[in-house]
Design a protein. Structure first.
Length: 433
């Protein structure tokens, strides 16, 4: 695999010729809807398959997969265009395998309203589907935001494990701190919450639980560990998977990386997987800056590796961009979230040049909006192929168990192309974790 950064004057044809690769394959692997809208500084992934197969008369996807010793899901992952097709044709070329070495699990976070076609296209790449659809109340009951029965059904069809994801957050990421402490401090209420979680898991057909923790710190971590211990014991008795997702709240304070050195080891021993992810929401009130920082994450992982085994630790990827209006005004400015595709469209429409911050391994660009009054400067930070590869490099370097993707509601082919070419995505069952 190589990453190519688009230069002035490049076209999709010249790039394909440069790497002696199929134009169709280059477009497909990068999910390019408009091949005439390349942006200077845009990163493209170039994949080199290890084995290909030419379709013969009478072939089917199942027969091709069986004859070549791979699963049907692997064939779908290697050839994403097959998702939307009913037929294959003699003479066309399919990718059988890449030279993947490392094994990982993947955990996709999704809202219940995810487009079902997007979900079907994504599920072949997922070990777990965490359905972000449940919120606890102060009395230990559970609020459900949407019907997720079809998500659970589809996950099972694709041999992906559906997980009930519960938090104290609203769908927009709003946190009720009083609610959190009401549950943590009240034995009767957290016992009721655990029972309601178990009842929902059983009635809905989930195979486990993913708890999203938002405000853990040195002061309250023992309360969390006590609650998670109770929940872990209850889930184990039922034969369910237990995953905890945490935002490590890593900060850069005057060039010094800081984070709370919590007792992650105790939490790790309670769960099947512990996922660290800098999850993001629809708005961002922080100053303009990288969406994710490899430098900062490396510092955090150095601490994690020194305190616990990383064989059940996963690293997340936030798939988002933010558009800040400049100058930034503390307490007033708010950046709006964008999909990764829309960031590239915005850059193209404004003739922007994408730059790249080496320290964080994230791209950004500037543009001016002059629709009303004087031109207003904007800066957009986002995630691209280089960022995704850098996060995957950390997974390999620190021997982590997997990758979490926040979130999968907007499909991004480059993400899955990179994961698929570098890793064998493993399917698991509760007894194998």
């Amino acid at each position: 695999m190589e990453i190519y950064v688009v230069q002035p004057g490049d076209s999709i044809e010249t790039i394909a010729k440069k790497y002696n690769t199929s134009l169709t394959r280059l477009i497909e692997d990068n999910g390019l809807d408009n091949t005439r809208a390349l942006v200077t500084g845009q990163a493209l992934v170039i994949l080199f398959p290890e084995q290909i197969y030419t379709v013969q008369e009478g072939d089917s996807l199942v027969s091709i997969a069986t004859a070549n010793g791979i699963t049907l899901l692997q064939l779908l992952r290697n050839n994403p265009s097959l998702y939307a097709r009913d037929y294959i044709y003699p003479g066309e070329t399919l990718i059988i395998r890449y030279n993947s070495v490392n094994n990982i699990t993947t955990n996709g976070y999704a809202y219940s309203f995810i487009d079902r076609n997007v979900l079907k296209k994504t599920l072949p790449y997922l070990s777990f589907l965490s359905v972000f659809n449940y919120r606890t109340t102060e009395n230990g009951s559970i609020i459900t935001y949407g019907d997720d029965s079809e998500l659970i059904k589809l996950a099972n069809i694709y041999h992906t494990i559906p997980l009930l994801m519960i938090s104290s957050l609203s769908p927009l990421g709003e946190l009720d701190i009083e609610l959190v402490y009401e549950i943590l401090l009240n034995e009767e209420k957290n016992t009721l919450l655990i029972q309601n979680i178990l009842d929902t898991v059983q009635s809905k057909g989930f195979q486990g639980v993913n708890v999203l923790i938002s405000i853990i710190n040195m002061t309250n971590q023992n309360l969390y560990i006590k609650f998670l211990t109770k929940l872990s014991n209850a889930l184990k008795q039922g034969g369910y998977i237990f995953i905890v997702t945490m935002n490590p709240q890593i900060k850069d304070e005057n060039g010094i990386v800081t984070f709370e050195k919590l007792d992650y080891n105790s939490i790790s021993q309670l769960v099947n997987q512990l996922v660290f992810i800098q999850y993001v929401w629809g708005v961002n009130k922080q100053p303009p800056g990288p969406i994710s920082s490899i430098m900062m994450m490396r510092s955090f992982l150095d601490y994690i590796k020194s305190t616990l085994s990383t064989n059940n630790t996963s690293l997340g990827k936030p798939l988002i961009g933010y558009d800040w209006k400049l100058p930034y005004i503390p307490g007033k400015s708010v950046a709006n979230a964008m999909t990764l595709d829309s960031t590239l469209m915005l850059a193209h429409d404004n003739n922007a040049v994408i730059e790249f911050d080496e320290a964080s391994q994230t791209p950004f660009f500037r543009y001016y909006n002059s629709s009303i009054g004087l031109p207003t400067e904007h800066i957009v930070w986002f995630i691209d192929t280089r960022s995704i590869k850098a996060l995957d490099d950390l997974i390999i370097e620190y021997n982590l168990a997997g990758s979490g993707i926040w979130n999968i509601n907007n499909y991004n082919q480059q993400l899955w192309s990179i994961i698929n070419v570098r890793f064998n995505i493993t399917r698991v069952t509760p007894d194998l974790l």
